[in-house]
Design a protein around this ligand. Structure first.
Ligand SMILES: Cc1cc2nc3c(=O)[nH]c(=O)nc-3n(C[C@H](O)[C@H](O)[C@H](O)COP(=O)(O)OP(=O)(O)OC[C@H]3O[C@@H](n4cnc5c(N)ncnc54)[C@H](O)[C@@H]3O)c2cc1C
Length: 599
């Protein structure tokens, strides 16, 4: 499939400019991509959504049947080589499936437990025999998969798991321990289980539910996702064959982390689907519900919400599709074998964490505003707004909490810089010289183009990110990991930067595409792309400023702080625009369409 060419290293966008023509955007989907979207949409609309109540009543036979239907439709094998029954498609395709399946949050989690958390680690790390034994059944949906990493005492600190694996004289293993909160636990057949070999070598195993000593505990009573099974997995002297070690003994962290890298990116994709569904729900409701003799959509306060929901969704959609394009470009010349795919996921681990944090937080914002637009009806179960609000809350908790992911974002960038893979430290030093010299003026962009002002703002955000990270490195040195609040502010700035630049580049591409690329599927006019990108960037500037001021004030005081804040003001000069009007345009168009207007 054609995506975009050219390989950019993970995180390099923070230090380099990117041309609009380089980024992958939803408008660049191919016919094959669109077919995948249509297949998934039809499946969800016709087979999942009408059955939500049965799923919520824990009809796991139905859940199994739906997993099998996913297999028949090819939705479980997008990232699996053809030799094992998969379709071996690009990552844009798997993002599209994730996005579309998310309209049913409970089933999307069941799907994710199978496709992302069980199938993928076997593709990435399985031996040939393991792939042949397990993948065809999992890809066809005959077998249901799960992933058991967490324990009652170790969630974020997953590598501290206590489950033990002891080798037997015949080479087989005995596993003892209890895993907690396992998605699909109630009816999974194949479970990726993490355990300590000899109490200290963290290792992954492929465990079948039918193995002696393996059982599921009781279903958890959850706040949401009632249609998804979540149980403990009990391993009571469970017997596991010698050949079921997944990856190397003592290298379970590689299996866990690479699986999560991909899971986070796909969770970002699922969040886009949730946002689009909620915007459609909110726009339709706002157009119909009358108060004071007019539809509530006529009120500026409601237009503000609909416009902001649209602009934030646009930004997160732009950054997630851009990331899919980056991964696909990195994989383009490879054989797509497990090692190459794992390496590509690792390369873009920062972008995957950004997609996870930005996606889950924008989704929660959108769903909260959807409840608010529904008023009292938003709080009762007759309306989907209530269910969506509850179902989404866990997204900020699993696949690495957002706190952990926030720490990872600057942490991974700095680690790469220290290893010499990313010239971040040199760039931070250059910037320091530049911004502390009073006569600094920012370089022009050459000929004027659409959204120049916003692109300049995104470039300024990059400088602010470097300024904060550089100051933090100088201030804390090798104690930086203890400065979690400052690291989290740095993460916020980096997330806003990637989101803002991705939105602007997509909107510029939209502005240019009519003339340049007639095959581009520009469903919304370029003016709408521009309105969404401009709205996002101008509010992002305020969030970036707040995070930077808070971080700098935590690291410096007196004259030093005053100098840093003056430099911040010089770098971050973003003139305000009338976002009230822009949001109103986005909102009115959403209500007229009865849904999300940028696709
Ligand atoms: C519905 C559901 C489905 C799930 N599915 C699965 C599954 O299929 N497989 C699986 O293995 N697990 C699964 N989980 C578990 C999930 O991954 C964990 O709940 C998650 O990793 C958080 O771990 P914890 O609950 O132990 O929270 P804790 O780690 O105790 O965290 C509590 C709080 O402390 C913060 N915190 C922790 N450590 C740090 C730190 N170093 N610095 C700063 N803050 C920190 C966290 O961000 C959080 O806010 C699921 C959970 C739920 C609710």
């Amino acid at each position: 499939m054609d995506t975009v060419s050219g390989i950019r290293k993970g995180g390099s966008w923070l230090l380099e400019d990117t041309a609009a023509s380089e980024v992958f955007t939803p408008e660049r989907m191919t016919d094959e991509h669109r077919l995948m979207a249509q297949t998934t949409d039809e499946f969800v609309e016709q087979e999942v959504l009408p059955n939500l109540d049965r799923l919520e009543a824990k009809d796991w036979d139905l859940a199994r049947a739906l997993v099998r239907r996913c297999g028949e439709l090819g939705l479980l094998g997008t990232n699996v080589p053809e030799a094992y029954g998969g379709l071996d498609l690009d990552k844009v395709s798997s993002l599209i499936v994730a996005e579309r399946i998310a309209r049913s949050a409970s089933f999307a989690v069941t799907y994710g437990g199978q496709a992302n958390l069980c199938i993928l680690p076997i593709v990435l790390f399985g031996t040939e025999a393991q792939k042949q034994q397990y993948l065809p059944g999992l890809v066809s949906g005959e077998l249901v998969g799960a992933y058991a990493l967490s324990e009652a005492g170790s969630g974020s600190d997953a590598l501290a798991a206590k489950t033990r694996a002891t080798r037997q004289p015949d080479g087989s293993w005995v596993l003892t321990g209890e895993k907690m909160w396992i998605t699909n636990g109630g009816f999974a057949d194949v479970i990726i289980v993490f355990a300590q070999v000899d109490g200290e070598q963290f290792t992954a195993f492929i465990v079948e539910k039918r193995f002696p000593g393996v059982s599921a505990g009781k279903e958890e009573h959850k706040m949401g996702l009632h249609g998804s099974s979540t149980t403990p997995i009990v391993l009571q002297d469970a017997k596991v064959p010698a050949e079921n070690v997944l990856g190397e003994i003592g290298k379970g962290h590689k299996v866990a982390l690479n699986t999560l890298n991909f899971g986070r990116f796909k969770l970002g994709g699922m969040c886009i689907g949730g946002c689009r569904t909620a915007i459609a729900d909110a726009a339709k409701y706002a157009g119909q519900r009358k108060q004071f003799g007019q539809p509530i959509a006529a009120f500026g306060a409601i237009k503000h919400k609909l416009g902001e929901m649209t602009a934030r969704t646009y930004a997160v959609e732009s950054l997630t599709y851009r990331t899919a394009g980056l991964i696909d470009a990195a994989l383009a010349g490879t054989t797509h074998d497990g090692a190459a795919v794992a390496q590509a996921f690792e390369e873009y681990a920062v972008e995957a964490s950004i997609a996870k944090v930005a996606g889950t937080e924008v989704l929660d914002y959108v769903l909260d505003e959807n409840v608010q637009i529904h008023g009292g009806n938003g709080f009762v179960r007759d309306y989907m707004a209530e269910r969506h609000y509850r179902d989404a809350r866990v997204n900020r908790i699993f696949e690495g909490t957002n706190e952990i992911n926030r720490l990872l974002i600057p942490g991974m960038l700095i680690r790469r810089a220290l290893k010499g893979e990313l010239p971040l430290i040199a760039a931070a030093r250059r910037l320091q010289d530049e911004v502390l010299a009073p006569s600094t003026s920012s370089a022009g962009l050459g000929e004027e183009e659409a959204l120049d002002e916003e692109l300049r703002a995104a470039q300024a955000f990059k400088k602010v990110a470097l300024m904060v990270v550089g100051t933090a490195l100088q201030t804390y040195g090798d104690k930086l990991s203890d400065a979690q609040e400052v690291l989290s502010y740095a993460a916020d700035i980096i997330i806003e930067t990637y989101a803002a630049e991705s939105a602007v580049l997509r909107a510029r591409q939209a502005a240019a595409s009519g003339a340049l690329d007639p095959s581009t599927s520009l469903r919304a006019g370029p003016d709408r792309h521009e309105a969404a990108a401009r709205t996002f960037v101008h509010d992002a500037a305020q969030r970036v400023e707040h995070a930077a001021r808070s971080a700098l004030a935590a690291m410096a005081e007196g004259d030093t702080l005053r100098t840093l804040l003056a430099a911040l003001r010089r770098v971050l000069k973003v003139s305000p625009v009338n976002t009230v009007t822009l949001r109103r345009q986005l909102a009115d168009a959403s209500v007229a369409r009865g849904g999300y207007i940028l696709r």
